[in-house]
Every structure is written in C-alpha cells, then in structure tokens.
Ligand binder design. Structure first.
Ligand code: 0O2
Length: 207
C-alpha cells in the first residue's frame, strides 16, 4: 500500500542519515587527531574549533528542487553529498590548506569534489574551501563509502559568513537595508581577508 511504501522510504531516509552521521564522526575524529598532532609536533593548533551539522529536511528538499533531482531515496543517496557536514574553523588562512592536505592524503579518504571559494570568492564576498570526501564506515552488514562535506574557513571568514547568513535568511529586513548591508559586507569580506593575511605574516615572523 501507499502508506507501507512511505514508511519504507522513511526508514531508508533515517538509515541514510545514520550512515552519513557515522561518516562525519569518522572525519571529525581524524581532524581532532590531526590538530593534536600539530600541537605536539609544531606547537601550533591549525584548528580553532569545529561544528557538525546534519542537513535539515527542508534544506534537503530545497536542494533537490533547485538542482532538478528526483525526490526519491535513490536520488538522495546518489546526488546529495552534503547531508553530513563538518565546518572546520582555522586560525590562519594557510591552516585551511594544511588541514585539507593532511586529511585528503590519508589512504582511506577519497576526494570527491573541491570548490575553492577563497581563490574565487562568491559574488556575495563569501570565502571558504568546500570539499566533499568519502570515508569508509564499518557497519554490521559491511563497509560503506560515505560522503561528508567539509567546509574549511578562517575565524574571519566564519564571522563574516554568520552575519551575512543572518542578513540573507532574515525575511523581515526592509529591501533598502538589505541592499546597503549587502554592499558593505561585500567590501568587508575583502577587508577581513587583507587583515587576516597581515596577521598571518606577523604570526609567521614570530614562529
Ligand atoms: P545547509 O542547509 O546547511 O546545507 P553543490 O552541492 O556544491 O553543487 P550547493 O550546496 O548550492 O551545491 O553549494 P555551495 O554554494 O558550494 O554550498 C552551499 C553552502 O555553502 C551553504 O549551505 C552555506 O553554508 C555556504 N554558502 C555558500 N555561499 C554562501 C554565501 O554567499 N553566504 C553564506 N553566508 N554562506 C554561503 P546551505 O545550502 O545554505 O545550507
């Protein structure tokens, strides 16, 4: 019956979320271990902090629609690689690429996708390195390669993205205000990048 099929799909969706979450846990542990190792061997922590998020159902449906993918379990499993996401906030710009390199070089990790919005910022001013990696997850019924999206950015880029996200998703801000703030934020993204570059130079000079 229709209801039976819906329940089956619902269970499958939960299973996808569980598996992706397990993948994010694997990646999270790898990143924590890398940060520890850096701190022991180089007396520096590249990672300021990390956040983990599972994609909301609303955002999942919005993305399927936007990309024109069918709304089925198979399509979600095959097409949507950012159901599990980890945001890595680094202390300096160069740390972004150190973290990426150290993660991607691990023999059980496969790089599936890479978008460098630092080399090529979005028109909004958004900067961040987005990678999708696949990691094996061992379950009772076998081993599965699981995609996890990792967004890597500095403290400045993260501060900027949080504020800009608020402006973008708050629906009750008058249009003229949005326009003014959007223009200012676009400029501040570049200003922050310059400041973070200069701060990094001081840091490196002190090393
Ligand atoms: P949610 O609900 O957390 O997922 P792709 O899969 O790469 O083909 P997508 O997802 O459109 O397509 O790619 P994109 O634009 O590379 O990454 C989307 C995510 O990056 C967003 O998540 C934000 O976290 C972040 N992001 C991208 N552009 C901007 C921006 O201009 N400003 C801010 N503040 N964040 C941005 P979702 O999908 O919105 O949310």
């Amino acid at each position: 019956s229709g209801l039976k099929d819906q329940l089956k799909d619902f269970k499958s969706l939960i299973a996808i979320y569980q598996l992706r979450h397990a993948g994010a846990n694997e990646i999270g542990t790898k990143l924590e271990n890398l940060d520890d190792e850096y701190s022991v061997n180089y007396d520096h922590n590249p990672i300021h902090h990390m956040e983990e998020r599972m994609k909301s159902i609303n955002s999942l449906l919005r993305k399927l629609k936007k990309k024109g993918y069918p709304i089925t379990i198979d399509s979600i499993s095959k097409n949507i690689h950012d159901i599990a996401g980890i945001r890595v906030v680094t202390n300096y710009i160069e740390d972004i690429y150190k973290v990426e390199d150290a993660l991607v070089r691990q023999s059980d990790i496969t790089l599936l996708k890479r978008k460098d919005y630092i080399k090529e910022p979005k028109p909004s001013g958004y900067r961040s390195l987005h990678i999708v990696v696949s990691v094996p997850v061992f379950q009772s019924n076998g081993v599965f390669d699981v995609p996890v999206e990792v967004q890597i950015r500095t403290i400045g880029m993260d501060m900027w993205a949080s504020l800009e996200h608020k402006l973008r998703y708050k629906t009750d801000v008058p249009a003229d205000k949005v326009e003014k703030h959007t223009a200012n934020l676009q400029k501040y993204a570049g200003d922050l990048y310059d400041i973070e570059t200069r701060m990094q130079e001081i840091f490196k000079d002190l090393q």
